[in-house]
Design a protein around this ligand. Structure first.
Ligand SMILES: Cc1ncc(COP(=O)(O)O)c(C=O)c1O
Length: 378
């Protein structure tokens, strides 16, 4: 958590019905539009990402609607489970957790749906459980090629603020995100960026909704206010986070994360370990999941790294438990922090007596040093 954000959050809480709050409200709402790259409304809830998932469904769909989803990893499975609990009929395309959504399959599925039964396509942009991204622009092109009217719902929980994301240009209808990843904030804020088409769908959508209803929020937001009591101190943090992202420039933020992804993969290759993501075009700039060699438990290795070096690596989630560990390289992160992280992994592999080749860290440092000669993007 950057100090700038922690200090911002520490300010005294103000009256959320007063004029000073209205300025804060408008600044964070306008700022989030820039981060989502949209001109449409963005709604902010005091919630985790799961709440923002729910808001996307209940505002746009009705019980019995068909939704096309893809098994890209643990979070896609959880989102599917939620859809099923709401009585949505999910066509859940199976996957091996090593690939993103195949746009050709989206086109095929939608072309076959001649009666227009599918009301939404819901995909996870960056699967935090696997380090695999889905190419959202490709999914959009596939939907357009099939001339299908389904809404495009995208989970950008672990991509917003770290991986290039263009809500308007990519024709997303609802983009779901939250505060605790690339936005560098504590958990506690959930976001929905909303297209005109999604807004229109919300007037006929019949899933029960109350707390998550966009309409009263958007009405109040116009003047900078919120329907219910907002998470004021997190909004101070959000204002600071948006300023930090804009000071650096989104293009530079995204380039920095791509650099971390590449350096990390060079380290993994140097260790002669396997990256879970099977398709180079789908490598995540935000995190890298590494497959543990057979006969070794990733959680035992993670426990050693935590105990010896006070560094918390990501666990394998769902069916990947014990089989992979995840190196996070997103948010308030720089080259030296990555060098330390990779150093901790390399020392941990040795301490845990996991078979690996030396030289991963050196390969990563060589790459970071060569990239340091490049000028920043403007
Ligand atoms: C891609 C993705 N979607 C959804 C979620 C769920 O968000 P939360 O745990 O904030 O409810 C997460 C959480 O890590 C996530 O990584």
């Amino acid at each position: 958590m950057p100090d700038r954000i922690l200090r911002a959050i520490a300010q005294p809480t103000i009256d959320h019905r007063g004029p000073a709050f209205a300025l804060l409200g408008r600044e964070v709402l306008d700022g989030l539009q820039r981060v989502f790259q949209t001109r449409g409304p963005v709604v902010i809830y005091p919630s985790s990402g799961t709440g923002a998932w729910e808001a996307a469904f209940v505002n746009t769909l009705s019980a019995g609607d068909k939704v096309l989803m893809f098994e890209t990893g643990h979070f896609a499975v959880l989102w599917r489970d939620m859809a099923a609990r709401f009585g949505l009929h999910v066509d859940f395309v199976p996957g091996d957790w090593r690939h993103g959504v195949d746009p050709a399959l989206v086109e095929q599925k939608l072309t076959e749906d001649r009666g227009g039964a599918i009301k939404a396509v819901a995909v996870v942009h960056n699967e935090t459980s696997t380090g695999v991204t889905t190419r959202i622009a490709g999914v959009r092109r596939a939907m357009d090629a099939a001339r299908h009217p389904a809404l495009l719902l995208v989970d950008a929980v672990s991509s917003l603020g770290s991986i290039e994301y263009r809500h308007d240009e990519w024709g997303a209808d609802v983009t779901v995100s939250s505060s605790q990843k690339g936005m560098m904030l504590p958990p506690g804020l959930g976001f929905n960026a909303i297209s005109e088409k999604a807004l229109a769908a919300s007037s006929s959508a019949r899933l029960p909704r109350s707390y998550w209803d966009w309409a009263p929020m958007i009405k109040n937001n116009a003047a900078g206010f919120f329907t219910t009591t907002p998470a004021t101190n997190l909004l101070y943090g959000l204002r600071e986070a948006v300023r930090m992202l804009m000071d650096e420039g989104l293009v530079n933020v995204f380039a920095r994360h791509r650099r971390f992804g590449e350096a990390t993969r060079r380290a993994v290759a140097g260790w002669e370990l396997e990256i879970l993501c099977a398709t180079p075009e789908e490598y995540s700039p935000a995190l890298t999941a590494v497959v543990m060699p057979a006969g070794h438990d990733a959680d035992a290795f993670r426990a050693i790294v935590l105990e010896r070096f006070d560094m918390s690596l990501g666990a394998g989630l769902g069916k990947l438990k014990g089989k992979v560990f995840r190196i996070g390289h997103l948010g308030d992160f720089n080259d030296l922090m990555l060098a330390g992280t990779l150093g901790g992994v390399e020392m941990g592999l040795a301490a845990a007596e996991v078979p690996f080749a030396r030289g991963g860290v050196t390969a990563a440092l060589d790459y970071l040093a060569s990239e340091a000669r490049r000028p920043a993007l403007t």
